[in-house]
Write a protein that binds this ligand. Sequence first.
Ligand SMILES: [Zn+2]
Length: 408
Amino acid sequence: MGTEADKQTKTTGGLTQTKCPLCDHPEMTGFFEIESAPVFCNVLWNTREEALSAHRAPIHLAYCNNCGLIYNVAFDPELIEYSPDYENSLHFSPRFQKHAEDTANRLIQQYQLRNKDIIEIGCGQGDFLAMLQRLGDNRVLGFDPSYTHEKTAAYPEDSTIEVITQTYSTMHTSQPVDFICCRHVLEHIDSPVDFLRSIRCTIGQRSDCVVYFEVPNALYTLKDMGVWDIIYEHCSYFTSESLANVFMRVGFASIHVTEQYDGQFLSIEVRPTAAETNSGADVELAFSNIQDLVNRFHKAYRDKVDSWQHTLLQLAQQKKRVVLWGGGSKGVTFLNVLDISYEQIEYIVDVNPRKQGKFIAGTGQQVIAPDFLKEYQPQTVIIMNPIYRKEIQDTIKEFALAPEFEMA
Ligand SMILES: [Zn+2]
């Protein structure tokens, strides 16, 4: 992990300039800042008081002209420690559940993952791993420091998921492995090169081992609908080019990158090359549109914030009962950027029972189950993620409610 000194941080004219953590290019170009964001979006608090005093830190996004990586150059890994309080499972959404199951089925089919040894890094509560075990009759092992037995097990009682509450590293090289998967982890790691290099090391000469990673798609984030995806927990934002680039640098090839989940995620499938390291000197990928995108992003973000400030003012004047649906990263960023008080919007709906009853970092709204709406009767429902629009509207219809819907 890089120290502050390694990153050679210096501040000039309000922009922080830093060496690229992916390709070591000496200068990244700053393009966007949030001065104070909650450090954790996915840790919900037991009391409103705690939620309101949650730790905050700045986000300064910059991009690398050489490899296309977008990075929070103000990121301080010391502030981040994943513990059992960390909860970002999307497992309770039928739409996400289907994505996970389709992915598991496709990977099993494509790489003949039957009766094989599978490792998942950052497996959360083991929901995806349980699918790979069940659908392909595989032997599975998970690694996740935030795993806890106490959370409700979402997989069948009889499954035999073993999860090690450590970070996967070269210490675990002796574990048999045919397939390694890692979903929504890489973007949290301050030194993605070191992290992937250590995974490459554990594979050694096992050239048949397939590696699957899934990350948020930076191109989606930079577009209009994705602006609420910027959170402190994510230090890196990958495009398909920068994602392929980092894997090539540390000794992987046969690179296959595809968009998933209506373009919101990127997946990458790779195999190890004969050599465990690659100089990276021959890595040259096109990413000509990144500069245009970051320039346009600033305007899209500003427009979005202005338009929402106007809408929120109108809703307040009309004394509408408003709820927001989605207590994850997007919801937390939306509430904090727009500085929405818990008096203005009192409740956040989330289908994840592990979040219900808790409070949102920074702004203090309480998270409630969808059922609560029958009694609360909201007049406006703000939907954080368009991908869940249908399942949310179906639920509301079942409750015989007819609120207005707004897409965040
Ligand atoms: Zn770079």
